[in-house]
Design a protein around this ligand. Structure first.
Ligand code: BGC
Length: 249
C-alpha cells in the first residue's frame, strides 16, 4: 500500500512516499515553500503540489498541522499559520483538493513523536516520555507507556511572563541572535518547568536543531530526566503522518 506523509511547517510543506517497515522515506522528499499568508486554500494547494510531484498517486495521505487538530480533522488553533484555519475541517478541505484521496491529519509534534517512539529515540521506552520540537514554535508530544496523549501544546506554557515558544524556540534564538549558551539557558528553564509538571523519564529533543544537539545539549544541566536528540530529525513528521494514515485504515 502506497502511503505518503506531508508535513506542513511554517517555512515549507514537505512530503514523500513512506516506507512503513523501515520508518523512512521511500523516495527523496519534495518541498514547496509555505505560502504567505498561509491560508487554508493556499496551503491545501501546496499539499496538492507536493503529492502531484510524485508519479504514483498514494492510496492514503497523512498530513501534519502546526496546531491543535481534534477528531482527526478540525483545526482548533493556528499560532504560526493564518488564523483563518481555526475551525476549518482540514480533512474535508484536503480530500476535496486531492480528488477524494483519504486524508488523516494530526498535530505536527504528535506525528513526530509517534515516529520517534516507534523507529527512533523513544523505541521501547515505557513510562512518561515527552518529545519537544524546537523550530518556529515549540511543539510537544506526550506519551504514557507508548500511548500518545494528543494536542498537549506545551510550547504555550508561560515562561518568564512570555509564551514559552516566543522565548525558547529556535526562531527566538535567530530573531534575537542569541548565542548557544544564552539560548540553552532558556531551554533549560523551560525543561525544568515542564519537568516540574510531568516528571518524565525521558525528553526527546526534536526539530531541525536536533542535528546540532552537540552544541546545546551539554549545556543543559540540572534536569533529572534523560535528554536525548531525536533520531529521525527532519523526516519524523512525514513518517509519523504516514503511520497515522496507515492506522486509520
Ligand atoms: C503550535 C503547536 C505546534 C508547534 C510546533 C505551536 O505554535 O501551537 O500545535 O505543534 O507550534 O509547530
Amino acid at each position: 500500500m502506497q502511503i505518503f506523509g506531508v508535513d506542513i511547517g511554517g517555512s515549507g510543506i514537505k512530503g514523500a512516499p513512506v516506507d512503513l517497515d523501515r520508518g523512512d522515506l521511500a523516495q527523496e522528499r519534495c518541498k514547496v515553500l509555505t505560502p504567505h499568508p498561509a491560508t487554508p486554500d493556499a496551503v491545501a494547494d501546496g499539499v496538492r503540489q507536493v503529492v502531484e510531484h510524485f508519479d504514483k498517486r498514494p492510496e492514503r495521505l497523512g498530513v501534519t498541522f502546526p496546531g491543535v487538530v481534534t477528531g482527526g480533522s478540525t483545526i482548533r488553533t493556528a499560532a504560526n499559520v493564518d488564523k483563518s484555519w481555526i475551525d476549518v475541517d482540514a480533512r474535508a478541505l484536503l480530500t476535496e483538493q486531492l480528488d477524494g484521496l483519504p486524508v488523516t491529519i494530526l498535530n505536527d509534534a504528535d506525528a513526530a513523536g509517534v515516529a520517534e517512539m516507534h523507529f527512533g529515540a523513544g523505541r521501547g521506552r515505557e513510562g512518561t516520555v515527552l518529545l519537544l520540537t524546537f523550530g518556529t514554535g515549540i511543539g510537544s508530544a506526550l506519551f504514557i507507556d507508548g500511548k500518545l496523549v494528543p494536542n498537549t501544546e506545551l510550547g504555550h506554557l508561560e515562561l518568564n511572563g512570555h509564551d514559552a515558544e516566543k522565548h525558547a524556540s529556535t526562531k527566538a534564538k535567530e530573531d534575537h541572535e542569541l548565542s548557544w549558551e544564552h539560548w540553552a539557558r532558556r531551554v533549560k528553564k523551560y525543561l525544568a518547568h515542564v519537568e516540574m509538571l510531568f516528571s518524565p523519564e525521558l525528553f526527546i529533543i526534536g526539530g531541525g536543531v536536533s542535528r546540532k544537539a552537540d552544541k546545546f545539549l551539554p549545556l543543559i544541566t540540572g534536569i533529572k530526566a534523560e535528554i536525548v536528540p531525536a533520531q529521525l530529525q527532519n523526516n519524523a513528521g512525514i513518517v509519523g503522518a504516514a503511520m497515522a494514515a496507515a492506522e486509520s485504515r
